[in-house]
Design a protein around this ligand. Structure first.
Ligand code: AMP
Length: 528
């Protein structure tokens, strides 16, 4: 016997239908790169997405065909998410910062049929066109081209229907080795991730929310904001360029109360505020993820009365899997205790599970004792099972997916990331967390960015060195930093050397590239 309730396939088109029906006039605002401001609303996005679906049908798009975008955050890009998925296709958001080899690989691997791009990325398109064999049509978002393409239709159509398990979105993640790998989200996984992410214990959004996703739309499902916002009738505020001056202006002008950005975005915002002597605009929630949010930043946000939502996740987890949500005894905690708690990577929400297993023997699950670090694994309704077109599953038979992160889990379930499996430094048989060292170092007022890597050592196997970018006009020395770190990390963790550089290499998604840094410092001779 089946239950006797209604069954509706969980498809993302239902989100925009809801937004347009219940919150038709709630706005989507974009500050374009030329400084102009564009406004639409959920009703307008739905209408344009339906027009785009008609345009795609005219083009001959078949179910599950890939529609690629090479674009920053803006309203038209948002329309393509709903237009492509509503036409039964798969939206493939491409990271324009990838190298040519990776761009070549992913477009051909995805077999994208249409590619829609921002004018600023035209040089990439022109350069790559001869190598992108599958793309039949290119459309520019700007100069009226996209508007004319969809404008040839009246929007008087319907979404393509199908199974909730159909794919709807493709995001490639570029590892440090090998080719990028495609994560193929389903309608259902995106809806379940949406229902999770809007909860108070996650991103806490509702009809009053004015959300500014600073995270790029091409990165990790834009943290799910485009799906979640119409579900609750939130206003969305996009900025095509990530200039902190514009971001702060927009926050003030549009009444933004929720901002989602990686730690470097927060660093840039605070640098701008310090330089200009301005206060943080009156937001109530700061979401951060993608890399560890240092305590100093958390303390500064919390001192300004901002709720911090430090999340952990990956492209493979749609992306949010854990979040630091407030505990029942929150009001009894001291400020420092709250900051320390928020510096962890958070607890799994319903729909995701986490565990740590031994680094030496993955069959051994480690206790949640807040001490024993191991390989972090995750499973759940919006965790990957298999990469796009891969022959083998990426997750085990019970769904456990090896994240490549090293973490310990506290008794209350809080995850604390200590490293990437590949970045952890092994000294004298003991693990040193490069992340902890970096977090401690960036708390120094003169430090803009810091990265710890292991370099070979004849006796200890590896010893840490710290690579530091000073803030402009600052003159902190290696010795100053060692003194500063002395009471913050174990004595044997203290870096053997501090090297100052103008710039630390970053990956296409803006994270510190330890691989490039290790290459840069290969052959490094430690001081005697
Ligand atoms: P990506 O798929 O590019 O979003 O990268 C996912 C990886 O980013 C994770 O496996 C972690 O290594 C890292 N990461 C994500 N969130 C956090 C966080 N809150 N703290 C530390 N590292 C994080």
């Amino acid at each position: 016997m089946l239950g006797a309730m209604q069954h509706w396939e969980l498809r993302v088109s239902g989100l925009i239908d809801h937004g347009a029906r219940e919150h038709p006039t709630r706005e989507i605002v974009t500050r374009m790169a030329d400084g102009s401001t564009e406004r639409t609303n959920w009703s307008g996005v739905r209408r344009d997405a339906l027009k785009m679906a008609q345009a795609l049908s005219r083009f001959g798009l078949k179910a599950q065909d890939r529609v690629a975008t090479l674009a920053m955050n803006h309203n038209r890009h948002l329309v393509t998410w709903y237009g492509a998925t509503g036409a039964g296709g798969v939206i493939h958001t491409i990271n324009p910062r990838l190298f040519d080899e990776q761009l070549d690989y992913i477009v051909n691997h995805a077999e994208d049929r249409i590619l829609i791009y921002d004018a600023v990325f035209r040089p990439i398109v022109e350069r790559m066109k001869p190598r992108w064999k599958s793309v039949e049509q290119y459309i520019c978002f700007d100069d009226g081209e996209f508007d004319a393409w969809i404008g040839a239709h009246d929007g008087d159509g319907e979404w393509v229907t199908g199974s909730e398990r159909d794919p709807c979105m493709l995001c490639y993640t570029s590892g440090t080795t090998g080719n990028p790998k495609g994560v193929l989200y389903e309608h259902r996984s995106n809806i379940l991730h949406t229902l999770y992410s809007i909860q108070p214990s996650a991103m806490s959004s509702d009809n009053r929310s004015v959300i500014m996703p600073v995270v790029p739309m091409f990165h990790a499902n834009n943290w799910g904001f485009p799906w979640a916002a119409p579900a609750v009738g939130a206003k969305l505020v996009y900025c095509q360029t990530n200039d902190p001056v514009w971001l702060c202006e927009l926050m003030r002008e549009e009444g933004v109360n929720v901002v989602g950005g990686v730690p470097t975005v927060w660093f840039a915002i605070f640098q701008h505020l310090d330089a200009s002597g301005q206060e943080l605009p009156p937001i109530h929630t700061a979401m951060s993820g993608g890399s560890a949010l240092p305590r100093s930043v958390i303390a500064r946000l919390m001192a300004a009365g901002v709720r911090v939502g430090h999340a952990w996740g990956m492209t493979e987890t749609s992306p949010v899997a854990t979040m630091t949500y407030e505990t029942p005894d929150w009001d009894e905690k001291s400020f420092d205790e709250k900051v320390a708690y928020k510096a962890l990577q958070g607890r799994a929400g319903y729909g995701s599970q986490v565990r740590a297993v031994s680094l030496d023997d993955p069959t051994v699950e480690l206790p949640r004792d807040g001490k024993t670090a191991g390989a972090l694994q995750v499973r759940g309704h919006w965790t990957i099972q298999r990469y796009f077109k891969a022959e083998e599953d990426a997750a085990g038979p019970e769904g456990w997916f090896d994240t490549g992160d090293v973490a310990l889990i506290h008794p209350d379930g809080s995850v604390q990331l200590t490293d990437r499996t590949k970045d952890v430094i092994k000294s004298g048989g003991e693990w040193i967390s490069s992340v902890d060292l970096e977090n401690a170092a960036v708390a120094h007022p003169d430090v803009a960015e810091a990265a710890a890597i292991g370099v070979p050592h004849p006796r200890w196997d590896e010893r840490p060195i710290l690579v530091v970018v000073r803030k402009q006009g600052c003159s902190v020395s290696g010795e100053d930093l060692s003194i500063f770190l002395a009471d913050k990390v174990a004595k044997w963790w203290l870096p053997d050397a501090v090297e100052f550089v103008d710039e630390i290499p970053h990956t296409a998604s803006g994270k510190i590239s330890k691989k490039d840094l290790r290459d840069q410092f290969s052959g490094y001779i430690l001081p005697a």
